[in-house]
Design a protein around this ligand. Structure first.
Ligand code: FES
Length: 151
């Protein structure tokens, strides 16, 4: 009866190589997912000293004439770019009964799907039951970003 000799060092080398391979694999997956995670959760930060909170939205994600929906201050927010020079950021919560408005690309308006409320790109009520404009945030162009800040 013969038994193969087992080198105790080879077992720990295999374990080490397995752990190292798993670590490199996890790092590769996280590296590949990082751009997708940045897209889904854009940078939102509070300025030092407890100042206003802000959010940077890549300009490339908000072409002229379109709207981009993001979460800002943990609320649905719409970023609008009606032309090259202007940007607006508005609460996307309808002031009637709180439905989330939708962008109507054809009319260039924000429409509320619940009761037919309509708003322009500055949040002003154009029609329907909403009693007040959509609240706005400060928004400005800054290089390749639109920066939204608490009002
Ligand atoms: S909730 Fe928007 S029009 Fe009623």
């Amino acid at each position: 009866m013969s038994q193969e000799a087992i080198d105790p060092g080879s077992e720990s080398r295999r374990n080490f190589l397995g752990v190292a391979a798993a670590g490199f694999g996890a790092a590769a997956v996280l590296g590949a997912l990082y751009p997708a995670l940045q897209f889904l959760w854009p940078r939102q930060k509070a300025e030092a000293g407890g100042g206003k909170r802000s959010l940077q939205v890549p300009l490339a994600e908000t072409p002229v004439g379109e709207a981009k929906f993001v979460r800002f201050l943990n609320k649905p927010t719409v970023v609008l770019r009606p032309n090259e020079q202007e940007v607006f950021a508005l609460s996307a919560i309808c002031t009637h009964l709180g439905c989330v408005v939708k962008w109507n690309e054809r009319s260039g308006e924000l429409d509320c799907p619940c009761h037919g409320g309509r708003f322009d790109t500055k949040g002003n009520v154009l029609g329907g039951p909403p009693p007040a404009p959509l609240p706005g945030y400060a928004a400005r162009l800054d290089g390749d970003y639109i920066v939204i800040e608490e009002a």
